[in-house]
Design a protein around this ligand. Structure first.
Ligand code: FES
Ligand code: FES
Length: 152
């Protein structure tokens, strides 16, 4: 059945089974490879994107049918043209990434957290479930605080 989703500002229609994970659609059908496959079972956060600009979703476990009629933003859609999102700027300034695999998901999760809580506490940041095998957690914390300051 066809499903229409706005992905990074562009309307896309895909003809797939209703329970096809959104991550498969993004990566394999639309070529949106920022969101990564990590665990496939909603545990690691590598596949995180935003739904309707502010809610973090784990696309490996999010059926495409639930995304129909909504807007999905991946890391590719976060910058405004050549202007990086403040969270991306903060990530660069704090030199967060190591191997980088988890980082698109970390950044999208941080954007969602800051949308909900503009000045998150250490506990809020520690509650982020995203996994980083390179253990960049301290730099992620610094970058989220850096981004919070940038966003005012
Ligand atoms: S790949 Fe989606 S949460 Fe791990
Ligand atoms: S930077 Fe390597 S897994 Fe996070």
């Amino acid at each position: 059945m066809p499903y229409t989703i706005k992905v990074n500002g562009k309307m896309q229609t895909v003809d797939v089974e209703a329970d096809t994970p959104l991550l498969w659609v993004l990566r394999d059908m639309l070529g949106v490879t920022g969101p990564k496959y990590g665990c496939g079972v909603a545990n690691c956060g590598a596949c995180t994107c935003l739904l309707d600009g502010h809610t973090a979703i784990l696309t490996c476990s999010f059926p495409v049918a639930k995304a129909a009629g909504h807007e999905v933003t991946s890391i590719e859609g976060l910058a405004n043209g050549d202007v990086l999102h403040p969270v991306q700027e903060a990530w660069i300034e704090e030199d967060v990434a190591q191997c980088g695999y988890c980082q698109p998901g970390q950044i999208m999760t941080a954007v969602a957290l800051l949308a909900k809580k503009p000045h998150p506490t250490d506990d809020d940041i520690d509650a982020i479930p995203n996994v980083c095998r390179c253990a960049t957690y301290f730099r992620i914390r610094a970058a989220i605080k850096n981004a919070a300051a940038r966003l005012g």
